[in-house]
Design a protein around this ligand. Structure first.
Ligand SMILES: Cc1cc2nc3c(=O)[nH]c(=O)nc-3n(C[C@H](O)[C@H](O)[C@H](O)COP(=O)(O)OP(=O)(O)OC[C@H]3O[C@@H](n4cnc5c(N)ncnc54)[C@H](O)[C@@H]3O)c2cc1C
Length: 385
């Protein structure tokens, strides 16, 4: 039996969950909504987590509103520190342990999880990752009075933290098994400009090797890299990647690939179950960024309130928060045929990825060249037409 008075249930109180709740409220002031979240439900902007040392902000200072304030503002029920453990699509219940919670429609907005680092040696309390506000609070606490941090990973989050920690007076060593920073996002010339900018702040790069062993010592940790090199540091920040949370979806029989597969209306393979934000894979694309989830939230709110609406994305360039060398990038889809055309002027790089017929398919801009983004965006094809 399904409960016909059951609320719309949203799992997750990140930017996806709260943006959706706001959009639904605009269209349906009386719709009962229950949000269930594993964390404390504080509303904060996750991108700020990699600018906190520059701005000297504690975790508390990054909170824009508490769960109680959000519940009042949005007229919804929030269950905080509550983890959904199971979904029964046939009976339209989510479970919190043994407790069933009925839903009329269910939205999975439970985000992405950190890819755990693998290395030999003891599991160390000095190896941390930052993917939510509680992680950030722990990292700030651990980094207090520390001088030197080893960052594993030279992607967006690793490079942003390298810049941020340097701005906060902490030395950073970046270790990553790739031959350039921001692999998969930037062509080599643009990556070089960013690396040199970060090096000018004192960041040391060890590109190529993996961290193969970490040992604790009284002074901190000693990392052994796969090329035999050693790096000593007070703490390790692991930034080797995020992957959409799919485990509960798999157990519930939903179709998954890299993320939870949804159609253009953000519906999963089960009727009345939708997904958005970092956990969703829309038409084959996993987009771990804010702009796509905001556009998705607007479309899904319409669908959930009775006007079936497909989501579409225009160009969605990503700004990388490395202020020493600003970066804006719209990476071309890997399957597209074309070539990079690159102009370099010191730290300013303008790289355009063009098809054989001259169409612009992607770009990367660094330094002063970021001002070209508005003109280039007009030429780019939409990400999801
Ligand atoms: C350091 C950092 C910097 C970033 N910078 C940028 C940037 O500059 N620009 C940009 O566009 N993007 C950036 N991103 C990515 C962006 O922040 C994310 O795409 C976005 O915040 C994801 O929101 P979400 O709501 O989908 O997931 P999350 O914010 O991860 O929220 C998931 C929610 O689900 C809850 N949850 C999980 N499992 C369960 C469960 N079983 N039961 C109940 N609740 C559960 C969690 O407690 C949480 O409330 C950054 C990410 C990081 C980590």
């Amino acid at each position: 039996m399904t409960d016909t008075n059951a609320p719309l249930v949203i799992i997750g109180s990140g930017l996806a969950g709260y943006n959706l709740a706001k959009e639904v409220r605009k269209l349906a002031p009386e719709q009962p909504i229950m949000m269930i979240t594993a964390d404390d439900g504080a509303n904060y902007s996750k991108p700020m987590l990699s600018t906190g040392f520059t701005k000297d902000k504690s975790a508390e200072q990054l909170v824009m509103a508490s769960a109680a304030d959000m519940a009042e503002q949005l007229n919804l029920v929030i269950r905080t520190h509550t983890r959904v453990t199971h979904i029964d699509p046939d009976r339209k219940n989510v479970f919190i342990g043994e407790e069933p919670v009925p839903y009329s429609k269910l939205v999975l907005a439970w985000g992405a999880e950190v890819v755990p680092p693998r290395f030999d040696g003891a599991d160390s309390e000095r190896v941390l990752a930052v993917n939510d506000l509680a992680d950030y609070a722990r990292f700030r606490q651990a980094a207090q009075d520390k001088r030197k941090i080893l960052i594993m990973g030279a992607g967006l989050i690793g490079c942003e933290f390298a810049n941020d920690l340097s701005n906060g007076g902490i030395e950073a060593d970046v270790v990553a098994p790739c031959d350039q920073v921001l692999p998969g996002l930037l062509p080599a010339a643009a990556a070089k400009a960013v690396q040199q900018g970060l090096e000018s702040l004192g960041v040391r790069f060890h590109l190529g090797p993996l961290v193969s062993r970490i040992e604790e010592s009284a002074a901190g940790i000693r990392a052994t890299l796969s090329n035999g090199e050693h790096v000593d540091a007070d703490l390790v920040l692991s930034a080797i990647g995020l992957k959409p949370r799919i485990d509960l979806a798999v157990k519930a029989g939903l179709k998954v690939n890299r993320g939870i597969c949804v159609d253009r209306q953000l519906q999963t393979s089960e009727p009345d179950i939708y997904a958005l934000g970092d956990c969703a894979e829309i038409d084959g694309q996993v987009l771990l960024y804010v702009l796509p989830l905001m556009t998705s939230a607007r479309a899904l709110a319409k669908t959930l309130t009775g006007s079936a609406t497909e989501v579409s994305f225009g160009p969605m360039p990503v700004t990388i928060k490395t202020p020493v060398v600003p970066v804006v990038v719209s990476p071309p889809k890997p399957e597209l045929d074309g070539e990079w055309q690159i102009e370099v002027d010191g730290s300013a790089v303008r790289a355009e990825f063009r098809a054989p017929n001259g169409d612009l398919l992607g770009y990367a801009l660094t330094g002063d060249k970021v001002s070209n983004k508005v003109a280039l965006n007009k030429e780019l094809p939409p990400l999801l037409p």
